[in-house]
Design a protein. Structure first.
Ligand code: RP5
Length: 174
């Protein structure tokens, strides 16, 4: 975890039970060397702590906030209501509706208070981390360069996979 330098990204989650499902967000930040902090706090169980954290976040030097919650997932929205920092919401998968409950309660913000919501499960948490990197890269040429290299490598991987598929198809036709 990049917890030694001053954190630029604050990851908050409604419960410690969310961490295994969203830690890919932190892994993406590690991949790009972005310092972050991660905390458990709940819009419902610790509302005052959430208010204080969001209110103080910008003054503490944080630039982007990532908020993950499941079910009645109000954490990202409440955080966004207390700060003008960009807030990325991660809807956490649930057993009841596969996370549709989390998705709708995170994404359906009223106009005026945006939360940039990523997908439920799958690549969602990783995308939250990558989106935070992209936001930070707007003012950081080094990060921008890393992102460009990352995208080139992605494209190369897909080309390699396509070449393998074409070779396999040629083999099948023989
Ligand atoms: C939400 O309730 C949390 O974000 C978590 O996804 C869900 C269940 O929390 P626990 O009961 O596991 O603490 O607030």
């Amino acid at each position: 975890m990049s917890e030694t330098a001053s954190p630029l990204v604050g990851i908050v989650m409604g419960s410690d039970s969310d961490w295994p499902k969203i830690k890919a967000a932190a892994a993406a930040l590690d991949e790009f060397g972005v310092p972050y902090e991660a905390h458990v706090m709940s819009a419902h169980r610790t509302p005052e702590q959430v208010r204080q954290y969001a209110t103080m976040a910008a003054a503490r030097g944080l630039k982007v906030l990532v908020a993950a919650a499941g079910g009645a997932a109000h954490l990202a929205g409440v955080i966004a209501s207390h700060t003008t920092l960009p807030v990325i919401g991660i809807p956490v998968p649930t057993e009841i509706m596969g996370g549709l409950d989390s998705l709708l309660s995170t994404v359906q913000m009223p106009g005026d208070v945006p939360v940039a919501t990523v997908g439920v499960g799958g690549g969602g948490p990783r995308n939250a981390g990558l989106l935070a990197v992209q936001i930070l890269a707007l003012g950081n040429a080094g990060l921008q360069e890393k992102l460009t290299t990352y995208r080139h490598r992605l494209a190369e991987k897909v080309s390699t996979k396509d070449a393998a598929l074409q070779a396999a198809l040629r083999g099948e036709k023989k």
